[in-house]
Write a protein that binds this ligand. Sequence first.
Ligand SMILES: Cc1cc2nc3c(=O)[nH]c(=O)nc-3n(C[C@H](O)[C@H](O)[C@H](O)COP(=O)(O)O)c2cc1C
Ligand SMILES: Nc1ncnc2c1ncn2[C@@H]1O[C@H](COP(=O)(O)OP(=O)(O)O)[C@@H](O)[C@H]1O
Length: 328
Amino acid sequence: MSAPAAIARLSGERPIPAKFQGGVVAIGNFDGVHRGHQAVLASAREIARAEAKPLICLTFEPHPRTVFNPERPVPRLTPAPIRARLLGALGFDAVVEQGFDRDFAGIEPETFVKAILVERLQAAHVVAGFDFHYGAKRAGTPQTLITSGERHGFGATLVPAIDDGGGETISSSRIRALLEAGDTARAAELLGYRWTIGGSVSEGQRLGRTLGYPTANIHLMPDTMLKFGIYAVRVRRADGTIHDGVASFGRRPTFDNGAALFETFLFDFSGDLYGETIAVSIFEFLRGEEKFDTAEALVAQMDVDSENAKAVLAAAAPLSDLDRAISF
Ligand SMILES: Cc1cc2nc3c(=O)[nH]c(=O)nc-3n(C[C@H](O)[C@H](O)[C@H](O)COP(=O)(O)O)c2cc1C
Ligand SMILES: Nc1ncnc2c1ncn2[C@@H]1O[C@H](COP(=O)(O)OP(=O)(O)O)[C@@H](O)[C@H]1O
């Protein structure tokens, strides 16, 4: 039930506080912070602990592929605030969210190393995935990172790809496809924790309360790929308290067929959540969204959904220390 450790989020523009310089730096986009990413992050953590150095993540905003392909933005598994929470729970002291645009992408590899890794971060050691490329035209390679490190006096570690135990590499795109299919359980296995979304609670049509089911609505990013349907969920409020609940993601065909919304009914809660930022961890897909003939028929089904969600949540065990920190 412990709240994840606080992590400093540093923008790429401001000077890096001295206490976060001279650290062990894990570099990557880490969208999803899945088990493959966690291998890279754990390697950095081990080195930082052994050398008693700060543990820093260097990452890029927006996602570089979104910058190169603005017409096809990367549907993020973990927007920056949730990624930061996950990194905090993994023991990171700070995450540098380096602004990424076409100018930044055009920096020569050696200039990136000198300006960012050496001068800004004063990295003692850098850790990246086996296929890490950097700088203009991706000309910087794992090998050039190692030789640059030798020249500038920092160590470099490249971590191999992690497979899922069945020979397939774990990747963000695989996890997105599982979520799109409603297979949240398998997605959670590859992530190593229950997928968690966040947002600020917005006002809807205020119909939920008349049904006896007030729901906290959050707008997901427009490209979020999650199967429409009903889910067993756990909510963490801004003050760190957690509440079990049942959520619906979809367009409410019984009523308005409107814009897709993620709406959560919290069990054992009454009060006002408007404007509050909540995080919702998804435990299990319960059923698809349906069009009911009457509000009474929908409410009867919501009662069943609530009982099913309670049973799922009562039986759920943490998948990992990270899952325990985020969803329990
Ligand atoms: C557990 C649960 C199950 C739901 N199932 C459906 C459904 O199958 N079909 C549907 O049209 N709406 C479904 N909804 C959405 C409700 O229609 C929605 O919460 C209601 O319209 C209130 O909207 P409001 O938040 O704008 O007031 C579900 C909501 C919950 C909490
Ligand atoms: N148990 C609860 N679960 C979710 N929201 C609740 C609960 N109790 C009170 N609320 C409040 O009621 C609001 C939802 O009520 P609802 O009638 O569905 O209105 P809206 O259409 O604006 O979402 C939430 O945003 C929150 O402020």
